[in-house]
Design a protein around this ligand. Sequence first.
Ligand code: NDP
Length: 449
Amino acid sequence: MQDIMDTIKARDAGEREFHQAVGEVVASVKPVLDSHPEYRHHKILERLVEPERVILFRVAWMDDRGHPQVNRGFRIEMNSAIGPYKGGLRFHPSVTLSILKFLAFEQVFKNALTSLPLGGGKGGSDFDPKGKSDNEVMRFCQSFMAELYRHIGPDTDVPAGDIGVGAREIGFLFGMYKKLRNEFSGVLTGKSLNWGGSLIRPEATGYGCVYFAVEMLKTRGRSLEGKRCLVSGSGNVAQFTIEKLIGLGAQVITLSDSSGYIFDEEGIDENKLTFVKTLKTVRRGRLKEYAEAYPGAVYTPADPDAASNPLWRHKADCAFPCATQNEINAEDAGHLVAGGVHLVAEGANMPTMPQGVDLFLDSRVLFAPGKAANAGGVAVSGLEMSQNSMRLRWPRAEVDGRLQMIMKNIHASCLAAAEQYGMPGNYVAGANIAGFIKVVDAMLDQGLV
Ligand code: NDP
């Protein structure tokens, strides 16, 4: 195991987030490798950590002032053992090869857990949509797709949205793909409803995360009714996590964006949530405005030099980190435990740092890693692909029912795998092991390719 980590650290030097994601999986699957010598014999871990293909390209586009701009585009085609590569595109200035490789690696296991035939991939760009006009975003998306279209297709690689890529960006990307290929197909998911999108796709990641939390609470005879919840983020995942929490009678008291966070002691109700949706999705404004609209709420600007995030210091029962990776460090995790939090469900990908995860597990907090808790988004993307192939659309209740069933099944698979390998109740180990076995068995079936 140590040899594998040493090799990755030497070969992929500086890819900190990728090392972090691989390190967690490698530690979890040790008992599986111990009882399956054939996996070691076939060097399955060494094969799993190497992307099948990495595409890196220039994205040149013209801004509104007539000045040329250059960004970097990526697509990581990580693993196609159980289906076409599937995973979102992220447009954010922090995007690097390391971030996308960690996300693609996580995606492989997440997609396997959904039980749908989906391989794993991820892509994006260091382009920042914030502060750009619609025309600039369109020109960027068109230039991005002018290269990406050669590498993707409905049976090859099917991207979706992620941070900075929502309905607007998916529309521009799809339009360019269709023009270049002269083909109307399910090559992207997260499409608008009137041209191939699925009902419940926008809600799926947030709703699914809450459905997973409900299942975890059931194991201790508890529910979300009346629970005080901390949520971070205010984008797609955070908004629909909050919507479902409110629907199930919980009280949500925080939300955040990259500039700061809101503490609303009275709780975020449906009207306030509608305000947030319009603010973040339509007006693309800053969360500070929430405190101006609702004077009972307190806004605290982000301090990049602070050792911990004050959002996680509020007393609560449950926490749903839904913004970005590594947003809960060991100190934050300590505050959450001390503040009474007994459930953490990750809406974002890898928001908790390894020492924080260890602390939650040691403190018997019900802890759901992102690859299990936020799998609802890719699951409904998989259902969108099925509907596109059949050229029909399922009703809202049917898609929501399938999503609930998928989340229940993921929960059950995580618990069963953790139990089987001697780590009962450990959802981190359970998710890694269940996803791992499905993918590596398919890889062995398909030979050394
Ligand atoms: P959005 O772009 O809709 O929202 C992201 C939110 O996180 C915004 O509030 C943004 O603030 C905040 N944020 C982003 N980067 C940072 C940062 N570096 N520091 C603090 N806050 C930050 O993205 P999504 O809601 O789609 O994605 C959120 C997370 O969920 C990501 O980890 C993503 O990978 C994961 N995820 C998303 C899925 C989906 O279906 N969309 C599926 C599965 C996982 P601001 O407005 O200031 O930019």
